[in-house]
Design a protein. Sequence first.
Length: 366
Amino acid sequence: MVGDRAWGESSATIEEYVTVLCREIERAQPADAPLTTVFFGGGTPSLLAVSQLETILKTLERRLGLAAQVEISMEMDPGTFDLNQVRGYAALGVNRVSLGVQAFQDDLLQGCGRSHNRRDISIAADLIRQVGISNFSLDLISGLPGQTLAQWESSLTAAVDLAPTHLSCYDLVLEPTTAFGKQYEPGVSPLPSDEATAQMYRSASECLTGAGYEHYEISNYARSRYQCRHNRTYWENRPYYGFGMGAASYLEGRRFSRPRTRKEYATWVAQGCVADSPLVSENEQLLEMLMLGLRLAEGVSLRAIGRRFGTVVVEKICDRLQPYIREGWVHMESDRLRLSDPEGFLFSNTVLAELFRALEEGSSGL
């Protein structure tokens, strides 16, 4: 993943940042196989000039290699690119776009600080199709200030009408350090109530699965064969590289996040990109396997957990989850443990909190 928060700066600043980013990539230890996915995310990567994207991709290919059928995804905001730009991206190998739509109502978009409007969304989708990128995703956000259930359902319908291959539906998360987060308080009007946002989640599941999308992950829907290959790397808890300001990586059993400010990141790269992080403990590995795996519709394999952590751990997991199995939030079918759709997904935090408590009670496994 190439992720950061620097794309929204001036062209000169972006150019400087790309230089530092490529220096970090050049110091990476190559893996045994070339990259099968690359994801440009964080901030607004679509502000990259085509030449800057080319520089990054060539650096990745030279240092780490790119597989023949590599999935190259880019987050793009409507109104931040034109036809020549997206044509240039496609020529460099970008074959999947995640379009940050958020909503289809101009007043909601303006209220949450977005610079695009509904017309920009249609234009952006048309430009992506014109250059032959057929695999594109739309991001929608529920729980926006002043958002009603009717508006949310209207956005879902409008999204389906654009016929993307993939949709991501996220609930609004307020970061207290941001201006937006300081302006609104969770649970207080004009933010929708918890029950209203829960109903929005149910409506998304009903609408999108009814339109032929597979609800394959707690927040994600896809047409057949169009699941996001890159994000499945995270959910399946497989190793991945991360490059750029604030980006995280998971390599050789260690998780590491880079500095989150431009100055600190540049200093870290200049000093040799030294990453000092402990090995993920066995309990953390187990929790991550459950926490990430249960986000997926297919859930997790109890047999795989048993092989890795022991059959006693599997028995304790099943025992602790009995109340949620009776509630219908958790299903145990043959070898698989999974959350139901939509209620299990909706109350996933409650289920995971029980597993957290179980971990805290024992010093070695559940």
